[in-house]
Design a binder for this molecule. Structure first.
Ligand SMILES: O=P(O)(O)OP(=O)(O)OP(=O)(O)OC[C@H]1O[C@@H](n2cnc3c(O)ncnc32)[C@H](O)[C@@H]1O
Ligand SMILES: [Mg+2]
Length: 174
């Protein structure tokens, strides 16, 4: 039986992360589907709670349009602690029966200038493109890659989140 894996985005850093980790750990014949779904939160989530909710909504909406065995939702956002803005990232895996599994990824602080632009209402994606004078950073290094000298890029950060999700699924099944 083929296993259908659906992902609620067309962002290459996210789809690449899901495909790499699922192929590594799920020993079945796999079919991948990318669907654009609503996150149900703002384009730039500003708290952990909002970012987590976006990931869950994306995964549920993906499940509803795909009826997949695994439906993934991944959401990037920012949060503030003690006046310092951090990037935060959340993932959700919704199973065919509707069960929701969640996990969060690595967080690093953003430089003051970038944080100020985001606080003024801009999305981190375009702010990062301006900061780096590159296009579409959000699908490649991501902010996390730029500010870690690419030791951890956005795909690798999301790979960790996908491992945390699938790992919890395996734990429950065992
Ligand atoms: O197509 P989708 O799946 O929406 O992918 P996205 O890159 O827009 O990612 P999110 O919606 O999850 O992220 C919310 C916002 O934060 C930006 N963002 C989040 N993490 C980022 C990162 O590491 N580097 C650059 N932009 C980032 C992103 O571009 C959006 O403006
Ligand atoms: Mg987005």
């Amino acid at each position: 039986m083929k296993m259908l894996i659906a992902i609620g985005t067309k962002n290459k850093a996210k789809t690449g992360a899901v495909e790499a980790v699922v192929k590594q750990f799920v020993n079945e014949e796999l079919v991948f589907e990318h669907v654009e779904v609503a996150s149900g939160v703002s384009a730039q989530p500003m708290t952990d709670a909002e970012t987590r909710e976006g990931a869950i909504n994306r995964a549920k909406n993906t499940r509803n349009v795909s009826n997949a065995d695994f439906s993934f939702g991944l959401e990037g956002g920012v949060k503030e602690i003690d006046g310092v803005m951090y990037v935060c990232n959340w993932g959700a895996l919704v199973l065919k029966d509707g069960q929701v599994i969640t996990a969060a990824g690595a967080q690093i602080p953003l430089p003051e200038t970038v944080a100020e632009d985001v606080k003024s209402g801009r999305e981190l994606g375009p702010v990062m493109d301006e900061y780096t004078q590159q296009n579409d950073i959000r699908q490649h290094s991501g902010a996390i890659g730029i500010f870690t000298h690419d030791l951890i890029d956005r795909k690798e950060m999301f790979e960790h989140v996908i491992k945390l999700l699938i790992g919890q699924y395996f734990f429950q099944k065992a």
